[in-house]
Design a binder for this molecule. Sequence first.
Ligand code: 6GP
Length: 808
Amino acid sequence: MIISKAQFKKDFQKKMLSLYSQEIEDSSSSEKYFALGYLVKDYISENWAKTARKYEKYGEKQVYYFSIEFLLGRLLGSNLLNLGIRDTVKEALTEMGIDLTDIERIEVDPGLGNGGLGRLAACFMDSMASSGIPGHGNGIRYKYGLFQQKIVGGYQIELPENWLRDANVWEVRKPDHAVKVRFYGDAWMRPEEDGELTPVHTGYQEVLAVPYDTPLVGYENKTINTLRLWSAEIDSVDAGIPAGGSSFRNVLSYKREIESISEVLYPDDSNYEGRLLRLKQEYFFVSAGLQTILKQFKELGKPLSEFSEKVAIHINDTHPAVAIPELMRLLMDVEGLQWEEAWRITQATMSYTNHTIMSEALEKWPIDMMKQLLPRILLIIQEIDRRYRDSFALSAEINPAVIERTAIISDGYVKMAHLCIIGSHSINGVAKLHTELLKKQELKEFYQLYPYKFNNKTNGITHRRWLMLANPELAALLDKTIGDSWRRNPQDLKLLKRYKRDDQVQAEIQRIKLANKTRLAEYIKTKNGITVDPNSIFDIQVKRLHAYKRQLLNALHILYQYIELVTNPEFDMLPRTYIFGAKAAPGYYYAKEIIKFINALGEQVNNDPRVKDKIKVVFLENYGVTLAEMIIPAAEVSEQISTTTKEASGTSNMKFMMNGAITLATLDGANVEMLEEVGAPNIVIFGMSEQEVLNYYRNGGYNSRELYNSDPRIKAVLDSLINGFIKDIAIEGNDIFRSLIDYNDEFFVLKDFDSYLAAQKRLEDLYKDRFTWNKMAIENISSSGVFSADVTVKQYASGIWDTRMIER
Ligand code: 6GP
């Protein structure tokens, strides 16, 4: 949109008056944030309504991305950017003596996700709108997002994140679009006189699902899609009141029970109640979303047989898998279709992405739990399972054991990934290697049955948030050097290649990096009280804390350098600042021990005068989208060191690359494709190959104790975990030691140690030659365009969803 500074100032003043009955001069920062936010929402509204009308008029196929997580990050900055008015607004505010960044900082970062999968969903939302794809999100409006992490005495403490305490300016509550979702009760098939069976569901509890819509603003293209998040409320006080009658106390506790459905992201799954609640959440947003989609489709006046020509539903990991039986239910029980027709439509509509091969993340629900909570859905799943098994009855080639292993229901459980594969037309992995592993290992038997369903869609990130917003100076340098076409066509970043040897561009790249490092150093000083030198190498690992991601390998290397520094007078190294950011799942004890270890190591190293400031170790608490936006542009070394085969893709690797960091990586996930794009001289690779890892796993691992006994460096490092050399980790040090030695080092931390050390050394040598390093940084930035999510969502649109992109 186009707006003059004068007009904006008028609008802003008016908004402030109408909201707070006061002048801008008299307002607080927070009031300024709300006034600006509501004003920007007004600006968005017109095209929001128009986009919906346009989709309707042209009968566009709509994509609905079903995800239990959306990690959006703050929206003020990105909305201003995508509307194309950020510079105007910034200048106008400056003229009024107001700093836009100060206002942006007021916004709470809604943490409605855990990590990779939720952030990917958010990048896709931005890229779909920006590419003119009619794609919308469907999820849950959690009252409390991911916990706030505090570090106390080196330990992670979790606090509730009440992100809705003040208003959320972006959402619109739509009570008139509320729908009802049914839980519990009894379901069965009642035989009719004509021999037909009619489904019956009685004694259920009805929950009201109220939608809150958030606009998803496309980049300078007038497209505004919708993220619909559902909140659980009680319908009316007498509906579904449990035994005991509607006393005030009963009503209150009933209200609390219902509202708990959309209360917290990822309820504690260590007990039955928590797991039941999670299943409730899954069905809740899926059913509400599907009911709405079906209703909207019917308003088009088209026959249901054409449903899948107008609607694509994407299942983001297995959490929304009940979408398959729920669509079947709606098509049969409500719309009266026969099984075969409903099944054809369902399969043609649904597609599924797998995000991990970690077996603990493969969801399965006990049949009894499903029967208790979703009795009608269970009947449908049982029928899908029965028909699946029956479909092989005439085929002698299929081994019955294969059918048993791939069935949806077995061993008393409903296997959600199996349901997804059988019930949809497409299943994709999120990087080439990951998809190959799905095909030849994890889902091999499914691949043999349905090779045509499998495809790869390598992840991507939105370069608007992760480059334009997070690193405005770099973005400006790019505009100046190669023009601004990369903003719309990120693959044009490759135009920068031509400048890799250009002294001036090199100097600018280095200057911008230093400025970003300085900014981060200031933050570290304020938050952690640690002084770090912006001229040291900034070596960063930020992601969820998980054993397979191997933050431990990084920490053990630091410990190695520390031991060398204090024991070996010959040892020298370039000063380095190691920065970590990571939340551990509240019940993941081992991950929390690693956090403690990193903090204890930092405490000691940072304060040991013998280290002479050569090493600083910083653990930044409460890692999330907003923090990432400051950390990533300041990185020189990007640690992507997961055990090969374990990281499905990774996406922070792409963000770092786009911001000119050099990747230190195993050939895992999307790192493999990053190597292909940037070329071997511009990335530092180490570690075991896929084949080696798979062979070891097949043969029950390797002998880590032997390695410990034979490699004096490993021995020194591990011994210092348990001999008191590192203070204050008596329990943690011992547990970590035992995980590596007694439990045979499941993630090959020690096996890769030597190779990692050598890679770290190579990296340091490269850094000594600033020309080479800067050249590498430029190669990385210019090769990162293919990892824009714009590229990825277009592949989904043409390869899976079969949707058009609306012309700008
Ligand atoms: C993550 C994967 O671990 C990560 O490698 C990938 O980049 C990301 O998904 C996006 O595809 N997986 C999850 O966050 C998860 O919860 C069940 O998987």
